[in-house]
Design a protein around this ligand. Structure first.
Ligand SMILES: *[C@@H]1O[C@H](CO)[C@@H](O)[C@H](O)[C@H]1NC(C)=O
Length: 189
């Protein structure tokens, strides 16, 4: 685990995953739950497919944005399945408390061009009272891309993404999930 000084500041712990644009989205359809106290967002109900091949980045971001916009206890559910995703950004503050229930697996895309911000797969910023739990995996799929990285040969290179990057997270709890095959570090806080 890599720790940076500024990151250690406010934080308690963790493992996790997720994402978002910090703004609350106006909801429609199934997302209407987002504006009510307490809510649950199953990524498969938002269109995600756990076949290991479909890119589900948008659906996961949407679940996170909705959860972050709702009050009370908000749960983002990653059900059983293999969900391929690109870079995820969970940036708050959120209105309520967010739990990410990881029953299935999140697989990091092997297409390095999808990591627009270098060095991160899942970034979580300023989310308080966060719980990440479940028996699923956050699989960085590192072995498939290690050979595409030139950092062992030159300084002027793009570093590979760390799997879980958390800054300014207060009162976080992570339990049960497994971080696997990170491209670079498993966790950075
Ligand atoms: C996530 O969003 C925040 C706020 O817009 C931004 O500062 C940060 O760089 C973003 N991170 C990633 C990985 O896109």
């Amino acid at each position: 685990m890599a720790c940076t000084d500024n990151a250690m500041r406010d934080l308690f712990l963790l493992v996790l995953f997720c994402i978002v644009h910090g703004e609350k989205e106006e909801s429609k359809g199934i997302d209407a739950k987002a504006s009510r106290p307490g809510g649950s967002f199953d990524i498969t109900k938002l269109g995600a497919s756990g076949n290991g091949k479909t890119d589900n980045t948008k659906d996961v971001q949407e679940a996170c944005a909705s959860a972050c916009g709702g009050t009370g206890k908000q749960t983002i559910l990653i059900p059983k399945g293999d969900f391929l995703v690109g870079q995820l950004n969970f940036t708050c503050p959120c209105k309520g408390d967010v739990t990410i229930q990881v029953d299935g697996n999140l697989l990091a895309t092997m297409d390095l061009s999808q990591y627009k911000e270098h060095g991160k797969w899942i970034e979580i910023l300023r989310v308080d009272n966060l719980v990440i739990t479940g028996k699923g995996n956050l699989d960085g799929q590192g072995p498939a891309v290690w050979s595409k990285n030139s950092c062992t040969k030159k300084y002027d290179c793009k570093i590979l993404p760390n799997s879980l990057v958390m800054y300014f997270v207060n009162n976080g709890e992570v339990s049960g999930v497994t971080l696997l095959n990170s491209k670079f570090f498993h966790m950075n806080m």
